[in-house]
Each structure stands twice: as C-alpha cells, then as structure tokens.
Design a protein around this ligand. Structure first.
Ligand code: F6R
Length: 616
C-alpha cells in the first residue's frame, strides 16, 4: 500500500527520495510525489503525478526541485481516484504532508476547516491533515507541537510525515496504527553518509541502502528529525525514549540479483530461508526449543489462529499439524471476520496471529480483540519490530528475509516450516509426540532445502506445462487433507499474478458443485501425494478425466500409477505427510509464475494488490 520516505541532510533530497520510492514500489501504488522546502523562499515545492515513478522522474527531469530536505510518497488510492491532484504530498500554507492509512473523520474535519476559510484542492482525506497542521501553526510556531495538536484531532489509522517551509531542514512524523520508523545516518552510523543526515520511512527497505540503524516508533509517537538530531514524543507531546536497533537484512537481499522478477528470486531463496528459519528456532535432535518462548502448554485449552490470505492458508495447515501432533484443539479464523462475529475467547486460549509483514491491519485488530478478551497472544512474523510484534505477548520470527514481490512465496513456506516446528514443540510438551517421531520429522525438515533445490531445477519443465495451458481462462486446484490448503494457495497465487480465474477446493467437494465447471478447456491441478486419501484422489482424477478436463498432477516421485491419468505430471520427493505441503507448494508457485510471465503481466506488482494491507 502507500509508502513514505523522508530525508534531511546535506545531500540533494530528490534522488534519495526517488531511490526510496523505487524500493517501496513493490508495495503497490497508483501515483507518486515529492515535496522539497525551497532554498530560495516561496512555498514548499511539489512534484506529483499519476502512474509509475518513472513518470515522476520524467517530470522532475523537466522541472527539478533543489534542496537537502524532503518527503516522498507512493499512493494507493482510498479516498479519491488516482490522479495528480489527489497524489501526495498535499500542501496547505507553509506545510506539505504525506500520509498512509485512512482518516475516518476527514469529512467532519474538512467541513470545519472549510468553515474556517481553508480551501481544498483534492478529494483526499490527507489534505485535511495539511490544513490542520497549517492551522495549528498559526497558534504557535513549534512545528512538532503543531503536529501533536493536529494528530490529536485525527481518527483512524495513519502514519504521516510533514515538512514546513519555515523550518526547511525539519521533518515531523507521526505514527498511529500504521508503520513508520526513523533511519539514523551520519558518518559512522549510515552506510554511505559523509555528513549528518536522518531519514523517516514506512518500510525499512526504503532506506536500507543508506542506513541500517533505525528507531521504531510506537503507536501514538511523533518524531522530529533534522540532519543532526532526532527526538520522539508521545501523543501528548512529552519526550519519550525509543531504542535504536540495527537491521540485519542486507541491502542486497532487497535486490533482484539477476533474476527476471523478485518473485522468481524469492522462490529460489526458499532453501536458504527454510534453513535459517530452523536455525532461528533452536532445533534439537528430537525437539524444538524456541529459546525465549514461554508457553504453559498444560494451561492452553485451545489455539485460535488469526490470519489473512496466504498466511491464512498457512494457518489452515498449522491447524492440522498441531491437532495431529500435539492434540491441542485449534480453530482458524479469517482475521477480517474475527472481531465482527463476537467470538468466544477464553483466558485459557492462545491466540496465534500469523502475518508475514506484521502490518496487516485486520490481523493486528483481530489479535488485539483476542487479547482484550483475555487470551494469551503469540505472533508469527517475518519482520523484526513490525506492529504485530508489539501487540503480541510473544513472537516467533520466520527468517525469510525481505519479501518484495507482492505474491508471497518464501514467506509462506517459512510459515509452514514454523508450523511444523511449533507442532513438534507443542507435541513434545503435551506428550503426544514421541522422541522417535519428532526425530524423524526434524530429520525430514533438515532434508527439505536439498529437495527444494531439486524441485527448482524443474522450473523449465513447469514452464512448458504453463505454455501448454497458456490459453486457459479458468483453473481448478484440488487437494485433500494437508494439501487442501495447498490447493487454496495454488489457486490464490495463480489468480493474483496471472489474472486467470482460479479456485481451490477440497477434492472431496468436487462432486458437490465445482465439477460442473470442468470441460476440455479447464486445467485441473490435482495434488495427489501418496498417503491417506490417495485412492480417493485417483477417483477424483478419473471424474475430471471423464469430463474432458486437462489434468496437471502433482504426485510423489516413484508413483507409476498416476502417469496414465494425468496430462502433465510434476513429481515431488516422498517425504513425511506433515512436510508434503512445503514441497507441494513449490511447483505451484513456479506454475503460477510461468503462467503470469508467459502472459506478460506485472508479476511483482499485480494490478490492484498491495504488499501489506495496512487498512481494514
Ligand atoms: C498473497 C499474499 C497475501 C498476504 C495477505 C496477508 O500472495 O501475499 O494474501 O498473505 O495480505 O499478509 P501478511 O502475511 O503480511 O499479513
């Protein structure tokens, strides 16, 4: 969704802002802009345009903005269509503001400000913030305190950064339920600083090239940065201390490194990502310790998992794993539905939120709801310091590294790895998982990276399969048991990046409706791993075949039966059932990728989608 970057220092701000905006592109956006306080007097200079950052660069080439301080923004339209006038920054008086999130009481504020003489030029909720700050500055020239007073009038979820022509080297930023952090630069601190400088950003990838030293703002915090100084205050304007931390992600991890797309690169990073997730968990020979995690398993009557999208699919798999290995009852809820159905939550429940970004508004809200109703809370997250990690009592981190492509791949398989690890951990503590079985699973996990390497080597063959079905407009994905959520995920991946209509179903449900869709133009991807239910999957396959459907089977290496039934066959290594979802996901990711690439879609930034959905 929207992205914010701000810079104040000695360098020319615009190239740094544009570089940061480019790194935020992956989040999805439809317009972009920058604001730079003038060095020669006059109002804050603006440059904005609808469309891609290349268009903004072209317009800045024609009309450059000079100055060592500025703010930049990529907008994903919520209030008002994508257009130049609605693009951020928005200016009022001496002030220009960029904003992520939604101001829920914007209509009321706009009416009040208009009545007081403010003139609005856009349809956005953001413009009210600029007018509010400008109005507050007429009472008292302290920029930070003016934003404190303006922020106190805003309702909703937002992060903002503002500049002021009267203090041209200063940026004031504020965070309220939307991510925002400070990046500290300067000689010896920044990666490339030769003089004093500081940054603000909604996502660390925007500034990673310049500094890895950051200060996470808490909800309700406001900050003022100048080249030499930063200060943080709470919502009442009182100074607060926030610790610095060093980001371990390397800037190179957020580059394409020779791959055609980030998605392809991230698919290929899965062996390493899974290995590192296991390393981070403290995996022993027949147990998983999770140093620092303290869960009283005997007091945990139920686990309630909360997640959205791909993370929701990981939760569905986690439910079967934890119920199977630890015998703890698990419920899974779509986070956006959870708090609106007056859920039953008990103090003996553990609410487990799963979110790659840790910034998904619905997941954060659902976890807060569960916490408020007395549950213990745990989060599984891929981003250190993300908002979700501050809501949860405890956090387990996956170590996928930065995921830039909107379509989640390595974050998903590391979530699945974490689910297996957590199920082993819990199973050993409830006593339902024997040391011998745990050891077999741990050994199986250790072998996964090598198996995935082999599966990745089949990418070219999977491209041929995609090419053969290139004209398809619809596609079905079928799976049973642990592979049913894999079918859901396969369908989600295909539809989001190729725009081919795809549905995932439990194979047993075919006869109850979806089979009506099957005809000679419909590829049906069937997850047919050997194990319980295999015979039934074969019957489902026969049913599809009888109706002329084209079958792409994902089966177990060494399966000599299925070849006769399938039009295309993708084989995955024979591993324990609990680990099959991880391996079965890889060919489905590649299939979706090749379908999309052959079709020529914007693989990394599919239309209408955003990397982290920070509004409800
Ligand atoms: C799909 C995808 C989304 C996310 C969902 C939740 O490829 O990435 O469905 O899984 O928006 O995001 P997180 O995991 O960041 O909470």
């Amino acid at each position: 969704m929207c992205g914010i970057i701000g810079y104040t220092g000695a360098r020319s701000a615009v190239p740094l802002l544009l570089g940061g905006l480019r790194r935020l592109e992956y989040r999805g956006y439809d317009s972009a802009g920058v604001a730079v306080p003038s060095t020669t007097g006059g109002p804050v200079q603006l440059s904005r345009c609808q469309g891609k950052i290349a268009a903004l660069e072209a317009s800045l080439d024609k009309a450059p903005l000079a100055g060592p301080c500025g703010i930049g923004h990529t907008r994903w339209a919520t209030h008002g269509k994508p257009s130049e006038v609605n693009a951020h920054p928005h200016r009022a008086g001496d002030v220009a503001v960029v904003h992520n999130g939604i101001i829920e009481n914007h209509a009321e504020l706009r009416a009040r400000l208009q009545a007081a003489g403010s003139h609005f030029t856009s349809e956005t909720d953001t413009e009210v913030i600029a007018h509010l700050v400008a109005h507050e500055l007429t009472k008292d020239s302290d920029f930070l305190q003016a934003v404190v007073r303006a922020a106190a009038q805003l309702e909703g979820a937002w992060a903002i950064a503002a500049v002021n022509q009267k203090q041209p080297d200063t940026i004031v930023a504020a965070r309220h339920s939307a991510p925002l952090l400070l990046g500290l630069g300067g000689p010896g601190v920044g990666e490339d600083s030769t003089a004093a400088e500081n940054f603000v950003a909604s996502d660390v990838s925007a500034i990673l090239q310049h500094t890895r030293v950051v200060v996470d703002l808490e909800d309700g915090d406001l900050a003022r940065i100048t080249p030499n100084h930063y200060e943080v205050v709470d919502a009442h304007g009182k100074p607060v201390q926030r610790p610095r931390r060093r980001v371990e992600w390397s800037p190179a991890a957020a580059e394409k490194q020779g791959f055609r797309h980030y998605m392809l690169k991230e698919i290929h990073e899965q062996p390493r990502a899974i290995r590192e997730t296991m390393l981070g968990a403290g995996v022993g020979a027949d147990d998983v310790r999770f140093d620092g995690l303290s869960l009283d398993v005997s007091a945990c009557a139920r686990i309630v998992m909360l997640a959205c999208g791909t993370s929701f699919h990981a939760a569905l798999i986690g439910r079967s794993l934890i119920e199977g290995l630890a015998r703890i009852p698990v419920e899974v809820d779509i986070a956006s539905e959870f708090r609106y159905r007056d859920p039953i939550v008990r103090t003996t429940d553990l609410a487990l939120a799963i979110s790659q970004s840790g910034e998904t508004a619905d997941t954060i809200a659902a976890l807060k709801e569960a916490k408020q109703r007395g549950a213990q809370t745990l989060a599984i997250c891929n981003v250190l310091g993300a908002s979700l990690s501050r809501v949860a009592d405890q956090v387990l981190y996956t170590h996928a590294g930065p995921e830039i492509s909107v379509a989640s791949t390595k974050a998903f398989t590391t979530q699945l790895t974490m689910m297996v690890l957590l199920a082993i951990h819990l199973g050993r503590r409830t006593g339902h998982l024997t040391a011998e079985r745990a050891k077999a699973l741990v050994d199986g996990l250790q072998d996964l990276p090598a198996h995935i390497d082999n599966l990745l080597a089949a990418s070219a063959a999977i491209r041929i399969v995609a090419r053969r079905h290139q004209g398809a407009r619809d596609c079905l994905f079928l799976g049973r048991g642990l592979c049913y959520p894999v079918a859901l995920e396969g369908a989600l991946k295909l539809k989001e990046i190729s725009y081919i209509h795809a549905e995932g179903h439990a194979s047993g449900e075919m006869k109850h409706g979806p089979i009506a869709l099957v005809d000679g133009n419909m590829p049906v991807v069937v997850l047919a791993q050997r194990g319980p239910g295999y015979g039934k999957v074969l019957s489902n396959l026969e049913e599809v075949r009888a109706r002329g459907g084209k079958i792409i089977a994902v089966a177990t290496l060494g399966d000599h039966t299925i070849g006769d039934l399938a039009d295309d066959l993708i084989l995955v290594p024979d591993v324990a059932g609990e680990l099959q979802p991880i391996l079965a996901s890889i060919p489905l990711q590649l299939l979706a990728y090749h379908f999309a690439d052959l079709k020529g879609t914007d693989v990394d930034q599919p239309r209408n989608l955003a990397k982290s959905v920070t509004v409800e």
